[in-house]
Design a protein around this ligand. Structure first.
Ligand code: FES
Length: 460
């Protein structure tokens, strides 16, 4: 690390100085939240919408992040993004999703109009303005950078930022192999959580919590296969477990994940797995599990192809790429692969101690299948029983963790299993310190990884 970088980082209040310790005030201090607002969010690529929200020319959505609002719109030449402010006197033009193909965006104040390309198409009473006020540079909407990947539009307010894929890094290759751009929404939920946005993300960045937070999953983990050992009050493991029992436990586990997430392992995949309970299994337990997963991947692939879904060869892709159940993309987007289906999360800050959490269930849907694409998330209270069981369990911890942090100095992280939390916090510090673009890009490539990642050297 150069002296200049070290000095810039030292100037960041509440910065992470020991990678295994995260200062608690980072989760509630209003000044720290303000620094993030000023120096982080205006400089990062943000998943702004799924492209299936805007399938037709003229379809648009509003993406908001703190005090900023952006229109993401499908124009004739592709998907574009614009600051959501009328060029006359700044009135917000879009509120939520819609279609502007017929009339464009019509400002409710004095009636100026704009098309899907951001061009100003009508000024009421033109003759009362001086010419200099009415050239296109003055009247067209102000563009925001917009790039596409994984079936989503991403925006960035920073014209100097490297391209999206350069920032995302190697994660792109392994998710592209899973046909991530072909995934379609099954459902979309949102909730307001009484926690800092970072805290909400961290509940999904490590698997260490599964034992206590998701006991139904832990109960289906084959004995002797966890590196962490049993819970303090767990019953003693069964004396003997046969290779067939192990296969059935794994099917039960995947079904429980599918039920608990209402997706991730999609019900069409669970139906395929159920047929494998009678498969021939080798006598060796480890070989039995490997044989089960090989067959499960093969059968789910075949089933998807037979139904006309844009499948990939799951076994081949898993053999050729790193696999992680949870993939994190800085600063606030997640994809959670399993077999072919995925879940996805996006977490946005609202205030220092509240955030908006969205979950999607995504599936490789057969071509031509009729379904209703949600145009907005179904908003539920965070403690609603209508959430699938697993998010319900995760959400239940977060408000009490936020409260606990006010009586607490710093988190102590497992360097082996909770490293992603440390890695991304130190990248936040890099943004707050104003480090150069290339240093931040390289760090982002390292930070973007699966859950249970170790603490890594991110270059500063
Ligand atoms: Fe939009 Fe005046 S503020 S037309």
């Amino acid at each position: 690390m150069t002296d200049t970088v070290a000095r810039a980082l030292d100037a960041v209040p509440l910065r992470v100085t020991d990678p295994e310790k995260i200062p608690a005030e980072r989760y509630y201090d209003p000044q720290f939240f303000e620094l993030e607002r000023k120096h982080l969010w205006p400089r990062v690529w943000q998943m702004a919408c799924r492209l299936e929200e805007i399938p037709e020319v003229g379809d648009y959505v509003e993406y908001s992040i703190l005090d900023k609002s952006v229109i993401v719109v499908r124009g004739k030449g592709g998907v574009r993004a614009f600051h959501n402010a009328c060029s006359h006197r700044g009135v917000r033009l879009a509120n939520g999703p819609g279609n502007c193909a017929k009339k464009g965006f019509v400002c409710p104040f004095h009636g100026w109009r704009f098309n899907a390309e951001g061009e100003c198409t009508f000024v009421f009473g033109k003759h009362i303005f001086s010419e200099a006020m009415l050239n296109a540079a003055e009247t067209d909407l102000v563009p925001v950078r917009c790039e596409e990947w994984a079936g989503c539009a991403f925006i960035n307010f920073d014209n100097e930022a490297p391209p999206l894929l350069d920032c995302l890094g190697p994660i792109v290759t392994r998710l592209n192999a899973r046909h991530v751009d072909r995934l379609k929404m099954d459902w979309w939920f949102g909730t307001l959580l009484p926690t800092n946005w970072k805290l909400a993300m961290e509940a999904f960045q490590e698997g260490y919590h599964v034992m206590r937070t998701h006991p139904q999953l832990e109960a289906l983990s084959p004995p002797g296969f966890s590196r962490l050992g049993p819970d303090a009050d767990a019953p003693p493991p069964a004396e003997t477990i046969t290779p067939r029992d192990l296969v059935n436990l794994n099917i039960d586990f995947l079904k429980s994940v599918g039920d608990g997430m209402a997706g991730m392992v999609h019900h069409t995949e669970v139906a395929v797995l159920e047929k494998l309970r009678d498969m021939d299994v080798p006598d060796d337990p480890q070989a039995a599990i490997m044989a089960f997963y090989a067959r499960a991947q093969e059968e789910v692939t075949k089933d998807g192809l037979a139904r006309g879904a844009p499948m990939f060869d799951i076994a081949k892709v898993n053999a050729e790429n790193e696999f992680h159940d949870v993939e994190f993309m800085f600063p606030h987007f997640f994809l959670l692969p399993s077999l072919a289906a995925m879940s996805s999360y996006r977490i946005r800050p609202l205030t220092a101690e509240t955030c908006f959490f969205e979950i999607w269930s995504l599936v490789l849907r057969p071509e031509g299948e009729v379904y209703e694409t949600p145009s907005e998330p179904t908003i539920l209270p965070y403690d609603s029983r209508d959430f699938p069981e697993i998010p319900q369990q995760d959400y239940s911890n977060l408000p009490i963790q936020q409260l606990g942090l006010h009586n607490f100095k710093h988190m102590r992280l497992s360097h082996e299993w909770e490293g992603l939390i440390s890695n991304y916090h130190r990248l936040v510090d890099g943004f707050l310190a104003g480090l150069d673009r290339e240093t931040l890009r390289k760090a982002e490539n390292t930070v973007n990884s699966g859950y249970n990642s170790p603490i890594r050297d991110i270059g500063f």
